[in-house]
Design a protein around this ligand. Structure first.
Ligand SMILES: [Zn+2]
Ligand SMILES: [Zn+2]
Length: 159
C-alpha cells in the first residue's frame, strides 16, 4: 500500500497488514489537520519504506515535544519515526487505497471542538491513553512497543 502527499513529492510504502487507526481530537491535532481530528496509525519500522521525497520533508516541534513533519512543497502531514519507539507515526489520509483497518480509538475527546460529533463503536478516551494501551488496541494485542510490551502491562493500563 502506497501513501503520497498532496503534490506527490513525498511517497512511502506500507507493508500489509495495515494496523487499525485512531483519531485524536486534541487542540494540537485539530490545528495540524485543519479539521476535527487527525487520523493516524503506528506502523512497525519493518513495514515502512520511504519511496521518494525525504529531502522535501520539514519538521516542526512544539516545546512540549509535539511533532509535525510535512512536505515543504504542499504542506501535507507526512510520517515520522516516533522517538524512542520502533514505529512510524503515519497519517491515514495519505494512503492511496482501501485498507482493512478501521478507527478503533478516539483520543482526547474531552477537548474536542464543540461542533465535532463522535459516533461509532470505537473506544473513547477523555485524554491521551498510555502509548502501550493504545498500541494494544491498534494492533489487536499482537504488537509490542520496543519488544517490551507484555499482557500484564495491558491489564494494568486498563481504565
Ligand atoms: Zn507534497
Ligand atoms: Zn492530538
Amino acid at each position: 500500500m502506497n501513501g503520497k502527499c498532496l503534490c506527490g513529492g513525498v511517497e512511502f510504502q506500507l507493508e500489509e497488514p495495515i494496523p487499525n487507526l485512531y483519531q485524536c481530537h486534541c487542540s494540537l491535532c485539530r490545528k495540524l489537520s485543519g479539521s476535527a481530528s487527525d487520523t493516524a496509525m503506528f506502523i512497525s519500522r519493518d513495514q515502512f519504506r520511504w519511496v521518494r521525497g525525504l529531502d522535501r520533508i520539514s519538521s516542526f516541534r512544539t516545546p512540549t515535544g509535539y511533532r509535525s513533519d510535512f512536505c515543504s512543497g504542499c504542506g501535507s502531514t507526512v510520517p515520522h519515526l516516533m522517538s524512542n519507539t520502533t514505529h512510524f507515526w503515519a497519517p491515514a489520509g495519505l494512503l492511496e487505497g482501501d485498507i482493512d483497518g478501521k478507527v478503533v480509538a478516539h483520543l482526547c475527546t474531552e477537548s474536542k471542538a464543540s461542533w465535532d460529533e463522535i459516533s461509532g463503536e470505537a473506544e473513547c478516551f477523555n485524554e491521551m491513553p498510555e502509548l502501550e494501551r493504545l498500541m494494544h488496541l491498534l494492533h489487536g494485542g499482537e504488537e509490542t512497543v520496543d519488544g517490551e510490551w507484555e499482557e500484564s502491562q495491558a491489564a494494568s493500563a486498563e481504565v
